[in-house]
Design a binder for this molecule. Sequence first.
Ligand SMILES: Nc1ncnc2c1ncn2[C@@H]1O[C@H](COP(=O)(O)OP(=O)(O)OP(=O)(O)O)[C@@H](O)[C@H]1O
Ligand SMILES: [Mg+2]
Length: 261
Amino acid sequence: MMMKSNQQKSGLTLGYDLERWTRYGEQEKILVNLAPDSNSHILLSGMSGSGKSYLENAILAKLFLAEPSGEIYFADYKGDSAFSYLRGCPRYYTYRDTLQALELVYGRMLARQSGEDSSTHAITLVWDEYMAQILALQSEDKKAAAVVMNRVSEILLLGRSLSVRLVTAIQRPDAAAFPAGSRMNYGVVVILGSSAKSIYEMLLPDFKEEVAGRTFRRGEGVVVFQGAELRYLKVPIIGNPKRMQEICIEALSASCPPSEA
Ligand SMILES: Nc1ncnc2c1ncn2[C@@H]1O[C@H](COP(=O)(O)OP(=O)(O)OP(=O)(O)O)[C@@H](O)[C@H]1O
Ligand SMILES: [Mg+2]
């Protein structure tokens, strides 16, 4: 069970409590618990321009700082300009190559599961525009799309006990590419900006009444931890974007701990 965020001292800072920020200008951190016994798969949703890519950059940098011996892969389906500075990094993949990143991470998980690899450091795949990629793949090759979705589901189900984590960003969940129940496997669900009630219904069914009807600006929204704890979130402006980019480049380039036999 996730500790109450106000008791939690360390982890990944997503941003600040929106209400305290707006009312009192206070910076009360909202943290994702990264401990292996906590489900830290993250689903980020929001309409275009709501700030998903901005937050993903921050997450990438903060994950690396929180888990310097971890291993991070970045899949950027769209080839977004927000990530163009990452091109050339060994663990940055774009367009179709994102599927290579999935294969790699999935293979690492299976090797850990079979006991062939006894390493335990965190392996994270951050995947921007996951839903758009699945929908495009479904229209071209349904079987290939099903294989990808199954691998993602397996990582969501088994990854926690094997220290393999997914951070996926999507504009809106599409029932065709988001099997019922998948969202239950994300320990952290973030919806940025104002969204339609149908999106809250799909992603945060227990909180739909509370959240629907509220308006959020870009970089603001809601986060639910383990399907149970709701917080309103403010993603602050990145103070030193150049430094952040240096950290992200390092995150996708630094040599990783070896697999262990
Ligand atoms: N928290 C924030 N504070 C300040 N500016 C932000 C914040 N979040 C996003 N922005 C700015 O808003 C614009 C849109 O953000 P971003 O590209 O992250 O949106 P997105 O949700 O990824 O959109 P898309 O789905 O089209 O990729 C960018 O110019 C970004 O720099
Ligand atoms: Mg984006």
